[in-house]
Design a protein around this ligand. Structure first.
Ligand code: GUN
Length: 286
């Protein structure tokens, strides 16, 4: 039997349709959700990401402002911009595109964002809220992964979830979210000695290591849900995940493709966070 393909692109489109209606409803209450995106420098990949975020806002009726700053912008100038956005009532979400140029302290910049407007979920207070289970904006890719697992019809509670990768952006927060959903969670990383053995016990396997096709069917328990967070450019120009998709298609019960799996969910969850932030800041219940 072949795995169910978890089509993130379709889920993302469906969620965006739902959000168009939510935004319209908020507008009848006098609230237009607003997102400010800050880009410093000319990194080509970052420019593409920022463009996609702007387009998504337009599609959903979210107010968007993009601040494209020169590479040589000082940390003080950037902090002054963030302080202004913190106080701007039209802006409910602030996202500073990473990486920043080397002369700017990334941590100081993230720390300067008001936690209620931290739509990336990278602020230490947002991370702390996530760990203790308080209401907070959730980091976009991990939140998108949980949404995909749930919408694939998988009940997370009581399952063994194995996360391969321990980054602050994906591995650690997705492990915490899975724990919040009552999974038993194992985190593996580059120093884990028996990774194959552990991965093979997973009902839900999340892979975020940034290495093309590193995980094959030897790591997959028959019927497992496999979530591939990797996006790697191969020598032939094609994209590949961290999972060897073709090889795992038979063993897995459900699997995300690359492209078209986790990737499309990230910006959709950013839009969702912006709407949530707008609602919370204005004291509007769901
Ligand atoms: N650069 C690559 N991914 C991200 C992200 O999710 N948020 C921000 N702010 N920068 C990024």
């Amino acid at each position: 039997m072949s795995a169910q393909v978890i089509e993130g692109k379709k889920v993302s489109q469906q969620m965006r349709q739902e959000m168009i209606e939510e935004v319209a409803k908020l507008k009848t209450k006098g609230v237009v959700p607003g997102l400010a995106v800050v880009l410093v420098g000319e990194d080509p990949a970052s420019r593409v990401y920022v463009g996609s975020k702007e387009k998504a806002c337009i599609q959903l009726g979210i107010y968007s402002e993009v601040h494209r700053l020169a590479e040589q912008t000082s940390e003080e100038e950037l902090l002054a911009l963030i302080h202004g956005l913190n106080e701007n009532p039209a802006v409910h979400g602030i996202l500073v595109q990473l990486p920043l140029p080397k002369h700017i302290n990334e941590k100081a910049v993230i720390d300067a964002i008001k936690v209620e407007k931290d739509v990336d979920g990278f602020h230490p207070q947002s991370v702390g809220n996530l760990v203790i289970g308080d209401d907070s904006l959730l980091p976009c890719t991990p939140a998108g992964i949980i949404e995909l697992i749930k919408r694939s019809g998988t009940n997370i509670s009581g399952k063994h979830a194995v996360v391969i990768g321990r980054s602050n952006i994906v591995g650690k927060p997705v492990a915490m979210l899975l724990l919040r959903e009552h999974a038993t969670v194992t985190i593996c990383h580059s120093r884990t000695s028996n990774m194959k053995e552990l991965a093979k016990q997973a009902d839900i396997l999340v892979v975020a290591i940034g290495k093309a096709k590193a995980i094959d069917s030897d790591y997959v328990k028959p019927g497992a849900v496999v979530i591939d967070v990797g996006i790697n450019r191969l020598d032939n120009g094609k994209l590949a995940g961290d999972v060897d998709y073709e090889d795992c298609l038979e063993a897995a019960g459900a699997i995300t493709p690359v492209p078209g799996g986790v990737g499309p969910m990230t910006i959709t969850m950013l839009m969702n966070n912006t709407i949530t932030a707008a609602r919370r800041i204005n004291g509007i219940e769901v």
